[in-house]
Design a protein around this ligand. Sequence first.
Ligand SMILES: Nc1ncnc2c1ncn2[C@@H]1O[C@H](COP(=O)(O)OP(=O)(O)OP(=O)(O)O)[C@@H](O)[C@H]1O
Length: 307
Amino acid sequence: MTAEFAIETHGMTRMFGDVAAVDHLDLAIPQGSIYGFLGPNGCGKSTSIRMLTGLLRPTSGDIRVLGESLPGAEEKLRRRIGYMTQKFSLYENLTVQENLEFVAQIYGLRRKEARQRIDELLSLYDLLGREKQMAGSMSGGERQRLALAAATVHRPELLFLDEPTSAVDPQNRREFWERLFDLCAVGTTILVSTHYMDEAERCHHLAILERGTKRADGSPQALMDAMGARVIEVTGNDLRTLKQQLISESAVMSVAQIGSRLRILIRSDVINPQEWLESRVSGRSLAEVRPSLEDVFVTCTGDRHVA
Ligand SMILES: Nc1ncnc2c1ncn2[C@@H]1O[C@H](COP(=O)(O)OP(=O)(O)OP(=O)(O)O)[C@@H](O)[C@H]1O
């Protein structure tokens, strides 16, 4: 295991009874990058993050975080990592200021240092003037900014974000990601879990998870380039009937209607997918298009997407 990786795991596994929530997961997460876990509910994202933060013991496997072994180094790592969960790690009945003071105290910041750091965070996260507001009365976007401020009070080297943007609108999501890139630019490594494709596409690297296992990993572009399917879009009439016909073909991995187009993933062992489709779409027009991350997700997870 080497220092260039903020996180390395080999065979990380967590059983709950007979269920493998995380099943022999190997990870190598480079320092100073934003790494995503992309997967549906229940695929093991939160369980993985809980093991990597030292909150949950693995059933088996090796884990190294910032060069330290887990289990064993939980206390040492506590001040070096930050953790923001999907349900916002905030006290609703405390004010903005009190929430930040409380976290600063937990991390052992001295009074003067805490005051300076909190002022800095209030300004950085657009919370000036809201110091006395109860966290419970804030909007989704404001709470999210406060939660990020709280998770970074102690300037962690490694930040874990478990579905951080589930409760906010697209505009707030975009702004939140700008803040993540600011943190990354000063050397923070970030591990973020999501089930949003657009969010996953912003990560430097990501792992696609399904039922506790890793189906693929790499940069979003590399994953799209390496996809084992070609993407063809068809326009024309009666797309619902065409979809039903195509979905039963073994060469077709997925068919999804997107507005007035049918997006079809065809296995890459079909030599000429356009020609193959032309004989089946009777007069409708078709064109090959570039794969998206959602296409990668569908091919990796074998989900015969029939939206
Ligand atoms: N404490 C627990 N006891 C029993 N089963 C659990 C426990 N925690 C998680 N699981 C199970 O482990 C699997 C993975 O759950 P996990 O919460 O890690 O998934 P997730 O990808 O984070 O999903 P979500 O987005 O819904 O949080 C699920 O089948 C879940 O029911």
